[in-house]
Write a protein that binds this ligand. Structure first.
Ligand SMILES: Nc1nc2c([nH]c(=O)n2[C@@H]2O[C@H](COP(=O)(O)OP(=O)(O)OP(=O)(O)O)[C@@H](O)[C@H]2O)c(=O)[nH]1
Length: 129
């Protein structure tokens, strides 16, 4: 099983979502940015590192939501979500194709990576959205 962190980054009542590129696995699917945990880092170190590496921004972790284990045809992942607040930086897309800042109630209209759906549901309940 692959341990992956992801960040639900909030700023001014909006949430940052990113679209995977044609070249990545799950091409063109929307996700919460993040990535695989290294052996030498904590989950929280991982999410801060991945967000900076992928998007050139700094965030702080606010809370952890419920991890979701999901079996794709070719791999099993444990997706570990963190609600984060945007701190600083200009977004530069270093891996993704596109990004959007959406209000919580707009999030469901995207074509999500399957593993993200229960996480999205939990987040929307938390936000009453
Ligand atoms: N970062 C991120 N990854 C996700 C999400 N949902 C989801 O299923 N994944 C999967 O979790 C893994 C994260 O890996 P990654 O983004 O660091 O690396 P990668 O594209 O090179 O993965 P790959 O080696 O499978 O192609 C991928 O298999 C990706 O498809 C999500 O919301 N955020």
């Amino acid at each position: 099983m692959i341990n992956v962190t992801c960040a639900i980054i909030e700023k001014d009542d909006h949430v940052l979502v990113t679209q995977r590129s044609e070249l990545m696995s799950l091409p063109l699917k929307w996700e919460f940015p993040g990535g695989k945990i290294n052996e030498t880092e904590t989950e929280e170190d991982c999410i801060l590192r991945e967000i900076y590496e992928e998007l050139n921004i700094n965030v702080k972790v606010v809370s952890k939501l419920t991890p979701n284990i999901y079996q794709y045809p070719n791999k099993k992942i444990k997706l570990i979500p963190f609600v984060c607040h945007f701190l600083e930086g200009q977004i530069i897309l270093l891996e993704h194709k596109e990004y959007k800042w959406l209000k919580p109630h707009q999030l469901k209209q995207l074509d999500w990576a399957e593993a993200d759906l229960p996480i999205l549901e939990e987040y929307l309940i938390l936000k009453n959205a």
